[in-house]
Design a protein around this ligand. Sequence first.
Ligand code: C2E
Ligand code: MG
Ligand code: MG
Ligand code: MG
Length: 295
Amino acid sequence: YAKQQGQGQSVPFARDMHDGAIARLQLETDLQRAIAHTIHPTPPESQPFQVYYQPIVSLATGNIVGFEALVRWHHPTRGLVSPGEFIPLAEETGQIGAIDRWVMTEACRQLGWWQQRYPAAADLTVSVNVSGVNFGQVGTIERIEQTLRSSGICGRYLKLEITESVILKNTGSALALLDRIKALGINLSIDDFGTGYSSLARLHELPINTLKIDRSFVSRMRGLDESCEIVQTTIALAHTLGLDAIAEGVETAEQVELLRTLDCDYAQGYFFSKPLESEAALNLILAERQLFNKG
Ligand code: C2E
Ligand code: MG
Ligand code: MG
Ligand code: MG
């Protein structure tokens, strides 16, 4: 990161590497401390991690159908750290398993609470990201079952988002696990679809429900151009396989219009709402579930 700091002045390479390694080690240590706090419950206000909720909207009705749970880390000195910074590190160090477990438990608890108290939340889903690194660990199914029980939500209101690489790397055992997850009524989505290398043959074999079209394709759409055709083809592929399509990273009214024309089922992005703290998400649920004018 030395390059970003100066106006062209260069830092000796070795020192640069050294500083980077120290910063990384520091972050890893801080992350370990944060994870320890989730294991020994602390009061909510001093929780190191927090789940933000970004609405997912039906393009047919304009209603919120659910939320994606996105983790945030309140670092003691650096403030809010985004997952883009610490998730890759946590994946390398093996800390991701503990983080994902905490996020799933918290997101399910939150949805259970909303569903029990607010009729408007009765049919909402929550989508949780699951890193491929620990996918298929022993006890995964039992833990998910326990999470559903303690939160009081039905499996069909939980969605797990996995990436294409998970399926490519893990073969037989991953498929067996996906089948067991599916048997609990839980929905499976392929996240960032189009950025990996899944073969169509494999896709067809998977017990999945949803393709999430990566933001990179959606944000490049300018009218009926090539990116738009890629999105259109992906939506058609999803429908051919009996799956729903969700467009990620929708930021403009023009994109919403195009996606509706292309028969995309759901959308998510800053145009509708950024990821919100739970109180703000609840306000959205209770106030105005229609996030765009269907025109
Ligand atoms: P993702 O699962 O693809 O999540 C969507 C990301 O796009 C989120 O970034 C979200 O804030 C951002 N986003 C949504 N709409 C827009 C938009 O209109 N424009 C732009 N520019 N961005 C938008 P976030 O929260 O920083 O998360 C980044 C990634 O970190 C996620 O990508 C996911 O891969 C990972 N992640 C987040 N939470 C977790 C978690 O609990 N566990 C694991 N394993 N990974 C997580
Ligand atoms: Mg996701
Ligand atoms: Mg995604
Ligand atoms: Mg993405």
